[in-house]
Ligand binder design. Sequence first.
Ligand SMILES: [Zn+2]
Length: 464
Amino acid sequence: MIPPASSNATATAQGRGRSRVRAKAMLALVALALLAFFLALPEPGDERVAPPAEGFVVRDVRVFDGEQLLPRATVVVRAGRIAAVRADPTTASTDDAAGLPVIDGMGLTLLPGLIDAHVHVWGNALAETLNFGVTTVLDMFSEPVAAQNLRRTRDALSPRAHADLFSAGYLATAPGGHGTQFGLPVPTLTTPAEAPAWVDARLAEGSDYIKIVYEPRDANGLGPPFPSIDRDTLAALVQATQARGRLAVVHVSRRAPALDVAAAAADGLVHVPGDRVRDDGLARQLRERGVFVTPTLSVLASLAGRGPDGTPTEGERLAADPAVRPFLTPDQRQGLGRSFGSRVSAFQFEAALATVAELHAAGVELMAGSDAPNPGTAHGASLHHELELLVRAGLTPTEALRAATTTPARRFGLSDRGRIATGQRADLLLVRGDPTADITATRQIERVWKNGAPVQRQRYPEAS
Ligand SMILES: [Zn+2]
């Protein structure tokens, strides 16, 4: 979730005020949805006892293995894991594939199940996510109890009807700060001295990593209209988190606070700044400190809203895609039709695209994250949109695919996923065409497997 309009030299104070009112109304809507659905996550059910699926073979298939394209390969799956990957199908033995059903992969591409590195999970989110071949999500703030339940079965290889969840739980923010407006009982803090105990409490609740909101006002008093923790508290939270062997990731929306995050050597930024590119050394400092960035262009596009000439929003465009639309729930279709709709933010979206290009050119590691289910986004579907937007910002399709597979897996320590390699969890996505040539081919989904078991994709007919 990102805040409403922040400082922008081209905006009038009036414009900022109007967009804030609209954004507040939108936040109220989101808050209602949160309260209604927070406790409705899927139950772990029988996963503890269900055996893994037996296996299958995909032959003569293009494989994006998480790093590069193998033009023609055979992949063997057994008991929920990848048993073999043969890049040259003519030379290797087929003993390990004996007795397994064979899928002809001619014309298709097999990819690792995708990872969405920025979501908020409640309600039916994890099933909606898996419906689009996104097999793992990194939640960046939600109520911790549901994640605790799912964590008990997360490592199992049994078939399941939902994506795997890794979660920050509650976020670190100041009293009245961003994240407190949704009605959840977020434990807040104001001083560096409180940081170690705050981090310990989250880890005791089961948080996989720590998410921090850092939105201080600038020297002119400009910035979001809510309080933030200060720089010393940010540094203390990062230090306490890393001292306990966990990742500290930070929500920012502007460059100046992002420079503080680089100085604090946090592990990642979970939005890209939306103010203009300038020569402040940000990209170089992020690169030197090894700070990754999850731009969340999908939600920044939603902030921009509809073009002045009435062109559809990015969310509306995604919802109209015939490869996407039949698999969206009615609620998801509605969500993609919503936007924050602030005129100020059209500039921010263009600036965000330019900043992604700047960071990419400097060698900063980027991750694909949608920030679903904010207005203008939908779980699962918007990750495919995010890949398209990363390519629009200048990544090659292969680089964008790494941002949704190997990069998040490596940086978040998820060693069993994100690649197609022997021993990896068999979370797989089979699509028509070649997404390393045309990134929108990731939406042409032929099959999805979670833990080696086929996923029955759900269609949602339109009301007539
Ligand atoms: Zn978010």
